[in-house]
Design a binder for this molecule. Structure first.
Ligand code: SF4
Length: 403
């Protein structure tokens, strides 16, 4: 079933998107990411090994329907082929550097990529059986949002479509082995997905087509790269993919938003809202707006009124997710209390804009975007400084860390 869906998605990807995908694959090869059981280019390896197409189908069944990624456990493959594949194909292109599990069951992973870069992915279990993966699209981020640990790290590189897809696929395989299934995927990890749009769109298409996650349960979150919001609307329609869109808003005036989100200086709220109206008109879908509630900053009556007025033109196709701030090093804000969050929702309702206060997940394990990688980077800097100081005892490692 999954294989059929995969073929169907491949068939509907429109020519422009397909051309971009070829360019993407060239970039993937250029950065020499290893071929894995999850790679799009696995079929090329099998072709080179002069295997019949049904071998690819068998491998995909093991990986995506049974959660088996070890070739030696794929019992319907000849031993000789297993041996060749073990030489040429890796089980994964990334290793788990650390994993933390929260009291609420949220599992957060720090993943080391083939070139040593670090990213994060998170799996969140819910009591209604949903299993949501939150995945990264870039190493670091160039957008510079002041409240975000990833933004404070700076940009390192884009992830390839394979690397993005693999984060969700690994969770999917693990859940399958436990008799569960991955139900939702959100692109809310490290990076700005619309700054790595082609790879993100290709990975999202494969998550739907290969992992069997419903397109409506795959949500791409952006800080508001307005021209790409329009392109995303067009591509969703052209490819008949009803992917979800979330916009990180956090402030409803240009002055306030520009102060915490530099993207607003390039694409202001007027331009962003025009693009959002285009998206809702073209796709017929609603948009989720993310609002991190920061005590005393953006949780008052005036901000609620501004937000209500901003979203009213979307005519019921807007929903606000209110998330008490996840505090990060370097940003002094504190989360809003429960009572103030509820009254913010009530004020929004006067404008016909529904809002929901979301529970912060994994708060005891730094599950906010970039926090784990930020912590790991700091530890690596500390270790480097300690090694350097050991070589040169006149240098103070503590000073090297904090300079
Ligand atoms: S919030 Fe998102 S876009 Fe902004 S710096 Fe963090 S990762 Fe980048």
């Amino acid at each position: 079933m999954h294989l059929l869906l995969h073929a169907a998605v491949a068939a509907v990807v429109r020519p422009a998107a397909r051309a971009r995908m070829h360019a993407t694959r060239s970039r993937v090869r250029a950065c020499q990411s290893p071929v894995t059981v999850y790679s799009q280019s696995l079929d090329e390896v099998l072709e080179r090994l002069q295997q019949k197409p049904y071998r690819m189908k068998q491998i995909r069944q093991w990986v995506y329907e049974c959660g088996v990624t070890d070739f030696q456990e794929m019992t319907n493959l000849p031993k000789a082929l297993q041996a060749k594949l073990l030489q040429e194909v890796a089980t994964s292109s990334m290793e788990v550097a650390t994993e933390q599990e929260s009291r609420d069951g949220t599992r957060k992973r720090l993943l080391r990529l083939h070139d040593g870069q670090l990213i994060e992915s998170v799996l969140m279990p819910y009591s209604d059986n949903r299993r949501t993966a939150c995945i990264s699209s870039q190493v670091g981020c160039a957008m510079g949002c002041t409240f975000c640990a990833t933004g404070q790290m700076g940009f390192k590189r884009d992830l390839s479509a394979d690397e993005i897809f693999e984060q969700a696929a690994v969770f999917s395989s693990e859940l399958t082995r436990q008799g569960e299934r991955l139900s939702n995927v959100v692109f809310m990890g490290m990076g700005e997905p619309f700054r790595n749009y082609d790879n993100v769109f290709e990975a999202a298409s494969r998550i739907v087509g290969t992992l069997g996650v419903g397109a409506r349960h795959v949500t791409i979150s952006t800080v508001g790269v307005a021209p790409v919001v329009r392109q995303f609307a067009d591509d969703c329609v052209a490819n008949n993919l009803q992917l979800g869109l979330a916009i990180s808003l956090h402030a409803a005036s240009d002055a306030a938003r520009g102060a915490i989100m530099p993207v607003n200086r390039r694409h202001d709220l007027h331009e962003l809202m025009e693009a959002c109206l285009y998206y809702t008109t073209v796709t017929g879908r609603r948009i989720s707006f993310e609002w991190a509630l920061i005590a005393g900053e953006n949780d008052g009556e005036e901000q609620a009124r501004e937000l209500g007025q901003l979203l009213r033109p979307l005519k019921g196709r807007a929903h606000v997710n209110l998330i008490p701030l996840n505090p990060t090093r370097g940003f002094p804000g504190q989360p809003t209390g429960v009572a103030a969050a509820r009254s913010f929702v009530d004020m929004l309702a006067h404008f016909g804009v529904p809002g929901t206060v979301r529970v912060r997940r994994g708060i005891d394990i730094d599950a906010g975007c970039g926090q784990l990688a930020d912590e790991a980077s700091k530890v690596e800097v500390e270790r480097k400084a300690e090694r350097k100081a050991a070589a040169d005892p006149t240098e103070d490692p503590a000073h090297a860390v904090y300079e």
